[in-house]
Design a protein around this ligand. Structure first.
Ligand code: UDP
Length: 471
């Protein structure tokens, strides 16, 4: 057996006192003390995060935002990415889909697939054991890494396994996926889920912890942009017509970057177009096809708005082999729409060569949106919702998974009870486009809600307490 080639992601560090003003005195003091205590207790140990991709999707987003703060506070924390073949990622994508209760091609994992999964885990655990030492703590993220729990914990390494996905009501397919994964996870000191409803059938409740994801307002994805910066970034990326000229953005490390890559795009909205925007990986569970159908049937005939579906350039995300297929389906549907309306459906594959450039474009797009939508059929948490809420946008989203924890329906956005109800979804979007004042009021509430519940310090403290409790 050859060992896997594990990739170390360069994470840098960030000062936690960026949060001093945002938190207010009391919360800041608790945060600062908590982080100092965490660093003291971790002295001599390394905290490792292991997942399956350095970019694309919510987990990579979360790790990139959070790890620098722990490091800035003095914790030796690192991020490693496992290696997998296309076959391995096809299997883990199947598990991912099953965990959401959906089975595109059969609800069983075959013995051949099991063999492939175990082989990948064996190769990766062998490589990890070259770096991780007894006494260290390893945070393993998602099913792609579940098979690493036993080999690491049996060497005296403290292992926490975290699931970023889940469904409110598990069906037989979900249970099948649990049944597949559970035997691999003996020896974990703790299990983390994003919501109480996602906890698996496990008699040992003492090992279960709930940590909701969060956003960091100081990342390139979320930092404030003025109207002119926003317009320039979108024009330079080819996502919106407008002025030519330099578009710059602030990188995480304080240097300035420039938007030089453009999106692959079918049509480009005029600079003053009203925009309905969904940002997501090209995944059936994000239902870009449903969004398009709702736009064609309900939104386009009643408004002048354009729909922008934005996601990563296809083939750029290694651990998600389904993306080209979804994108092809989307293009086929778009091609069938009559010409005048077709150009108002914008499928934008955002450049991924420079992850911070991509983040700046997403930031600008979310800020420029008149309405942000997230019409997911299932959703672990839905970081795109918190990102849009932080930017004071009105969001229309399905009442599924973690989205329900974020938006209070009718106060900080709109929740659609049945995620397949195109009429209800379309009408909610149209209502907001017709009533910008109501949209602005939702946006104001949404931002306050994110400040109260979904910022990084809350997450950093919860995770620190968890790690302290297991060492
Ligand atoms: N995202 C991005 N560029 C893209 C598409 C998505 O940076 O082209 C980001 C998005 O802003 C969010 C994350 O990927 O931060 C997606 O996280 P979410 O929890 O919404 O969904 P997941 O992909 O984890 O299912």
């Amino acid at each position: 057996m050859t060992k896997a080639v594990i990739q170390a992601v360069d994470v840098g560090s960030a000062p936690i006192d960026r949060y001093r003003d945002l938190l207010g005195a009391e919360a800041w003091n608790a945060f600062e003390l908590g982080m100092r205590d965490f660093a003291d207790r971790m002295r001599g140990r390394t905290l490792w995060n292991v997942n399956s991709t350095p970019r694309g999707g919510g987990v990579a987003e979360l790790l990139a935002a959070l790890i620098p703060y722990d490091r800035g506070a003095g914790v030796d924390e690192r991020w490693l990415v496992i290696e997998g073949s296309p076959e391995f990622f096809a299997i883990t994508k199947k598990i991912h889909t099953l965990l959401h209760g959906v089975a595109p091609d059969g609800s069983e994992i075959t013995p051949v697939e099991r063999g492939e999964y175990e082989q990948a885990m064996a190769r990766n655990s062998a490589a990890l054991l070259d770096q991780v030492r007894p006494g260290d703590v390893v945070l393993l993220h998602d099913p792609q890494t579940a098979g690493l729990v036993s080999p690491l914990s049996s060497r005296g390494i403290t292992v926490i396994w975290r699931s970023h996905v889940g469904v409110d009501r598990p069906n037989a397919m979900v249970r099948n996926a649990w049944k597949f994964l559970t035997p691999y996870m003996n020896g974990a000191s703790a299990f983390v889920f994003s919501r109480r409803a996602y906890v698996w059938d496990d008699p040992d409740g003492s090992r279960i912890h709930i940590i909701a994801p969060c956003i960091d307002p100081f990342t390139t994805k979320n930092r404030d942009l003025d109207v002119s910066e926003t317009a320039r970034i979108l024009a330079a990326a080819g996502v919106l017509r407008g002025i030519d000229g330099e578009a710059t953005f602030l990188r995480h490390d304080g240097r300035r970057g420039r938007v030089t890559h453009t999106a692959a795009i079918g049509s480009t909205p005029p600079s003053d177009a009203r925009l309905v925007v969904q940002v997501s990986r090209w995944d059936r569970l994000k239902d870009p096809i449903g969004v398009t159908e709702a736009f064609v049937r309900h939104i386009a005939p009643r408004t002048d708005a354009w729909l922008v579906l934005a996601g990563p350039a296809v083939d750029s995300v290694d651990d998600d082999p389904e993306q080209p297929q979804i994108l092809a389906q989307l293009q086929a549907i778009r091609d069938r729409v009559p010409r005048g309306m077709r150009e108002r459906i914008v499928v934008a594959e955002l450049p991924m060569q420079d992850i911070e450039e991509n983040a700046a474009i997403v930031n600008a797009l979310q800020r420029r949106a008149d309405v942000v939508v997230q019409k997911s059929l299932a959703e672990g948490f839905g970081l795109t919702v918190a990102e849009a809420m932080w930017k004071g946008r009105a969001v229309v989203a399905s009442r599924v998974g973690g989205i329900e924890d974020q938006i209070e329906d009718g106060e900080s956005g709109v929740l659609i009870d049945d995620p397949t109800d195109l009429d209800a979804f379309g009408s909610a979007v149209v209502d907001l486009l017709h009533d910008p004042q109501r949209a602005a009021a939702f946006g104001r509430e949404a931002r306050l809600r994110v400040i109260r519940e979904f910022l990084a310090p809350r997450h950093l403290m919860q995770q620190a307490q968890l790690v302290i409790s297991v060492i």
